[in-house]
Design a protein around this ligand. Structure first.
Ligand code: NGS
Length: 378
């Protein structure tokens, strides 16, 4: 027979053993489940990044805006919090990036100081940008592969400010992106829309981009919730610009910054090639877009931009000739009759520079008969 004291200590020992087993089990269980609980958006499988469809199919623009607005405004703070509390010890497998980038802050202000290009390159030296201005998130697979196409001539200071600001901005959005500058050789007229078409063609030759942002170099976003992606309907992004008192100047405007998928670009035959000089080419694109889609926009508080100052361009006096034809040239003029020569492709540290040549006379001649026919009164 065991005496009372011995029985008591045996009881305490068994109880302690129970407690040890129970707490070990709880700790192990907790540790195993922590990564998925902390990162609810990560599916822990290695997905083929190029196999993913871009969008679930067309939705009415009003619906997209509403749902995106709700997501962006309500959830980005939650993601921020989650990210901060995440246990940095875990090495995550390469998984899809969260649908909502975790480090967005909302309103952002660009550094407008005119740094030298080598200084901008030094600022960005540690952000793993590949030669040619290509970057993708190192720890997760981006949801969007986005080519930023910039028609360019003589805007050196704006370019440096743009690059200095845009690289970190896009990286925070966890996008797989590249910046392309498309510049015409000196002796030919600037044609913004034609340069967009060329950028679209050339960029697709080197990478399977899904989404194209057609971007003026003088526009700097002021809110990082303005995600550089392509929704199911073409998106006009520069909704509210300081020079327009942060108001949409007119309903159909599609200039400044806009986003389109490959399918959308092809459905409207790209931009018209006929707008040499300033103005009208974006209104032409707007007319093309609304034959097939609705223009989608972020609310003005998110689609905010600051325009960098520059000398005004000379308007193209011919622009109304083409605008009056409406979408009359759409099926004949655009990607289908695009003609140009690439003079050089230069992979700079922060962007890809494509220098091009085109022949205004030939481009105009390609639609001359059609223009004559369409202009004739019936
Ligand atoms: C319209 C132009 C557009 C231009 C917009 C805003 O008048 O091409 O102004 O220009 N349309 C025509 O000229 C037909 S902005 O002040 O942002 O340079 O995008």
């Amino acid at each position: 027979m065991l005496n009372r004291g011995l029985r008591q200590s045996l009881f305490v020992l068994v109880l302690a053993l129970h407690l040890i087993v129970l707490s070990t089990y709880t700790i192990l269980r907790y540790q195993r489940s922590t990564p998925t609980e902390t990162y609810p958006d990560h599916i822990l499988t290695e997905a083929d990044p190029f196999a993913k469809p871009l969008s679930p199919g067309p939705l009415p623009a009003s619906l997209i805006e509403k749902s995106e607005r709700l997501l962006l405004n309500q959830n980005y703070k939650r993601f921020n919090k989650q990210q901060k509390s995440a246990d940095k010890k875990y090495i995550l497998p390469r998984v899809p990036c969260p649908l909502l980038p975790p480090n967005l802050v909302g309103r952002v202000t660009a550094d407008l100081f005119s740094y030298e290009m080598h200084e901008v390159e030094e600022h960005l030296a540690n952000s793993s940008i590949q030669l040619g201005g290509h970057w993708s998130p190192p720890h997760c697979t981006a949801h969007y592969r986005v080519a930023i196409i910039i028609p360019y001539r003589n805007r050196d200071m704006q370019l440096r400010i743009f690059l200095n600001f845009m690289h970190p901005f896009l990286q925070k959005q966890q996008i797989d992106y590249q910046i392309y500058l498309v510049e015409p050789i000196e002796k030919i007229k600037f044609n913004r829309a034609l340069l967009f078409n060329i950028g679209f063609r050339e960029a697709l030759k080197e990478y399977p981009w899904q989404c194209f942002i057609f971007h003026d170099v003088d526009l700097i976003p002021e809110d990082d919730r303005n995600i550089y992606s392509c929704p199911p309907e073409p998106r006009h992004m520069s909704v509210s610009v300081n020079t327009f008192n942060y108001q949409l100047p007119y309903r159909g405007i599609f200039g400044g910054v806009s986003a389109m998928t490959i399918k959308q670009m092809e459905a409207v035959n790209g931009f018209s090639n006929q707008y040499f000089g300033w103005g009208g080419e974006d209104d032409d694109m707007s007319a093309r877009v609304i034959t097939k889609y609705r223009i989608s926009r972020y609310p003005a508080s998110i689609g905010r931009y600051r325009m960098l100052r520059h000398r005004p361009d000379t308007p193209n006096s011919n622009r109304f000739t083409f605008l009056h034809l409406g979408t009359g040239l759409m099926n004949h003029d655009g990607l289908s009759n695009l003609q140009y020569d690439v003079v050089s492709i230069d992979k700079k540290k922060l962007f890809t520079h494509i220098l091009v040549n085109y022949n205004e006379t030939l481009i105009k001649a390609s639609v001359a008969d059609l223009v004559k026919k369409k202009k004739k009164p019936h």
